[in-house]
Ligand binder design. Structure first.
Ligand code: 5AD
Ligand code: SF4
Length: 473
């Protein structure tokens, strides 16, 4: 048994002990013990929350959608300052529940907890928090709960980093038919604005055989679509022995019988290989969508951001991708107001947006993160100028996206149904390979199945459709 397997076993033993404890407490109180899970941030965090929820369910907590619960877990994000402010706001509100329920525990985890200043602030001003841990030891939740049961102190366990990847612990899936799968953790890029490398640690890839085994088990359990997750999937496998490329991993995953759709994110433009474009172009199952964050259109700003590509290289890459895969959807992330950005630089960003014509773009105003190189750079523009640029970019991005998304109107395309439409229960909502949503008449039993749908009307960022026939189920 290797150390990771031994650790998983140890955690499972703790979960068994806790299960007895929770069961006893529940009998005593004459009601089930409940948990409430809230998650901020990206898909990696969402995946971590599924793992945390899996542990909580295993030890006997029952999910509730009220903060008035017995165990509250908040998985935090720190990529931008406003994410942090939201957490402090919520924490203040929780005091009243804690006062009324002596069994209530409050746990905080995730990226924000990897910052020592944050932990100091919580220790001083939010003493009603019971457990704090970070991004590297999500698998330890049961152990931390057991520790808290034996102490009145706040339990704090933050790791600086880890080389360990603990496999095979429970996970509570949000959907039956689709699931995120971590293929790597951490990031080695050190973009100068970004705090992720400091809070998620160095890049570590999971072994291909572990990834394949997990996906095979998911497929046996009814999953038809996976989303491969990593901060920079294009550098997957470089540090493994023997090394393997991301494209080769995709080739192997494609062969898994019963798996019908493969998505992945996020791609860094500097590492996106011709081999990957080739695999995507030839594949039936890899979805026709690439999230390719550009961040800025100015080569000078890209250099200041440490992105390792120029505007021209990015545009050439986009051309290459569009030529090889004409119906691909491209989406992106853009930061406005990086400290050294001038009006001229911003115009370069607008130019890229107009040339690429993204299906959608997430736009952010630069947020200073203490400890990153950009935090000590002087601002070349005023707040007002940055705000005006942001508004202008948002308008442009939305106008272009509306036109770009509409380009498939009238086509018949395959849709995976994800659920009943939230506004109109006579409709179902499904997703195209290119990630766009389609609403069409349907019923609950269609969820998780594929249909050929005529895209009758483009509605801006989604389509209305009509079912043509059932496929591939
Ligand atoms: N300020 C604003 N946006 C940021 N992002 C990352 N760091 C910052 C920051 N300091 C954005 C990037 C990234 C996305 C996940 O968040 O665009 O791609
Ligand atoms: Fe937030 Fe980034 Fe952490 Fe994801 S990895 S939770 S986006 S800080």
């Amino acid at each position: 048994m290797n150390t990771s397997e031994a650790e998983a076993l140890r955690q499972k033993e703790i979960m068994n002990r806790l299960k007895e404890h929770i069961n006893g407490l529940s009998k005593e109180l004459g009601r089930p013990l409940t948990y409430y899970s809230v998650c901020f941030g990206c898909q990696m965090n969402a995946k971590d929350s599924e793992k945390l929820e899996g542990i909580l369910e295993t030890i006997g907590y029952v999910r509730t959608d009220s903060e008035d619960c017995d165990f509250l877990i908040m998985n935090t994000c720190t990529v931008r300052e406003n994410a942090n402010l939201r957490v402090y706001g919520r924490l203040g509100q929780l005091k009243k529940y804690k006062k009324k329920n002596p069994h209530m525990m409050i746990a905080l985890c995730g990226c924000m907890m990897q910052e020592s200043l944050v932990v100091e602030k919580i220790k001083q001003s939010y003493r009603h928090v019971d457990i704090i841990f970070g991004t590297h030891n999500v698998f330890k939740l049961a152990e931390l709960i057991e520790m808290k049961l034996n102490t009145t102190d706040m339990v704090i366990d933050i790791w600086e980093g880890t080389s360990e990847i603990v496999e095979d612990l429970p996970s509570e899936r949000k959907y039956d038919f689709k699931c995120g799968v971590n293929i790597m953790f951490g990031c080695n890029n050190f973009c100068t604005y970004c705090i992720v490398p400091y809070v998620r640690g160095r890049e570590r890839s999971r072994k291909p055989e572990d990834i394949i085994k997990e996906i095979e088990e998911l497929v046996a359990d009814g999953v038809v679509e996976v989303m491969l997750l990593g901060q920079n999937v294009n550098s997957y496998g470089k540090t493994l022995e023997p090394s393997i490329t991301f494209a080769e991993l995709l080739r192997r995953i494609e062969k898994i019988e019963g798996l019908k759709r493969i998505r992945f994110m996020t791609s860094h433009p500097k590492d996106l290989s011709d081999e990957l474009i080739d695999v995507m172009a030839k594949s039936k199952n890899i979805c026709k969508h690439l999230h390719l964050p550009v961040q800025s259109g100015s080569s000078k700003i890209l250099n200041d951001m440490n992105r390792h590509y120029t505007k021209e290289q990015y545009l050439a890459l986009v051309d290459k991708i569009k030529t090889a895969i004409p119906d691909i959807s491209l989406t992106t992330d853009i930061i406005v107001g990086f400290p050294t950005e001038t009006e001229e630089d911003f115009m370069e960003t607008l130019d890229v947006v107009r040339k690429v014509r993204y299906d959608s773009a997430f736009t952010f105003i630069y947020s200073k993160r203490t400890g990153t190189p950009a935090a000590s750079m002087e601002f070349a523009s005023s707040e007002q100028e940055i705000k005006e640029r942001f508004d202008m970019l948002l308008k442009e991005v939305q106008n272009i996206a509306k036109e770009t998304c509409a380009r498939f109107e009238g086509n018949i395309d395959e849709v995976l149904v994800e659920g009943i439409n939230e506004q109109d229960s006579s409709l179902v909502t499904g997703r195209l390979s290119n990630n766009l949503l389609v609403h069409f008449p349907g019923t609950e039993d269609m969820v998780g199945k594929f249909y050929k749908v005529k895209l009758t009307k483009a509605m801006g960022f989604y389509y209305m459709g009509e079912i043509v026939e059932e496929t591939r189920n």
